[in-house]
Design a protein around this ligand. Structure first.
Ligand code: HEC
Ligand code: HEC
Length: 173
């Protein structure tokens, strides 16, 4: 979102955010409809209560626990969002279920990933060509799948730990 200087305690973005909502209103519902939210009762609450000031991206790009989402909604209520307690009961678990922090890979799983990396990825080329890439998890998934098509032998049980291993070390900076 574009930034404007805060106006006397009005949170940054509010001015522009509400203007943005106006623009969205003019463009019509297709713009909002184009943002795909995971299905669920929480999606309806979110569309009704959370996207009048800003679009849903600012929400869905966060990764928070249930406590974090509860605090976030508390904050939005202080900033003027109106949402009934019963709606919060639906919204907060929905947000926590779909936009949660990725659990840190367990130690065992990261060992599987590290071993698979050594065995399956370093047989054809130097690690440099891999480690200089800065990819998101989606990018590493594509990369590993491509290498599997090209002959890397990665088993089903190794694949996810390997991708986690790569994404946690060679992610975008
Ligand atoms: C009355 C206007 C308003 C409503 C309604 C609103 N927000 Fe916000 N929200 C804001 C403003 C202003 C910001 C700050 C935007 C910025 O930093 O650019 C923000 C930012 C956020 C952020 C980004 C992180 C942060 O805390 O700055 C999240 C997450 C968020 N809102 C969630 C929600 C959720 C969930 C709802 C529905 C319960 C909601 N918002 C409804 C005004 C609102
Ligand atoms: C069977 C041989 C082989 C194995 C095993 C292999 N690769 Fe590759 N990889 C290649 C070849 C060939 C290239 C292209 C090299 C070039 O362009 O110089 C490549 C290139 C890459 C690149 C550079 C970007 C690209 O897509 O061209 C990345 C990243 C990569 N490999 C990751 C991996 C990972 C991760 C593994 C382990 C799952 C792996 N490779 C295992 C053959 C292999």
């Amino acid at each position: 979102m574009l930034r404007v200087p805060g106006v006397l305690g009005v949170p940054k973005g509010l001015v522009l955010g509400c203007f943005g909502a106006l623009v969205l209103g003019v463009l019509g519902v297709q713009v909002l409809g184009a943002q795909t939210l995971p299905a669920g009762a929480g999606a309806e609450v979110l569309k009704q209560r959370c996207v009048s000031c800003h679009d849903s991206d600012i929400i869905t790009s966060q990764k928070l626990s249930l406590t974090g989402w509860t605090r976030s909604v508390d904050k939005m209520v202080r900033w003027g969002a109106s949402i009934a307690p019963a709606e919060r009961e639906v919204l907060q678990p929905y947000l926590a279920a779909h936009f949660a922090p990725r659990p840190a890979a367990s130690h065992a799983s990261s060992e599987v990933g590290a071993a698979a990396y050594k065995r399956a990825c370093q047989s054809c080329h130097d690690p440099d060509i891999i480690e200089q890439q800065k990819l998101t998890r989606t990018g590493w998934t594509r990369s590993v799948e491509k290498m599997m098509r090209w002959g890397a032998t990665v088993s089903d049980t190794e694949k996810e730990p390997l991708i986690d291993y790569l994404a946690s070390r060679y992610g975008p900076k």
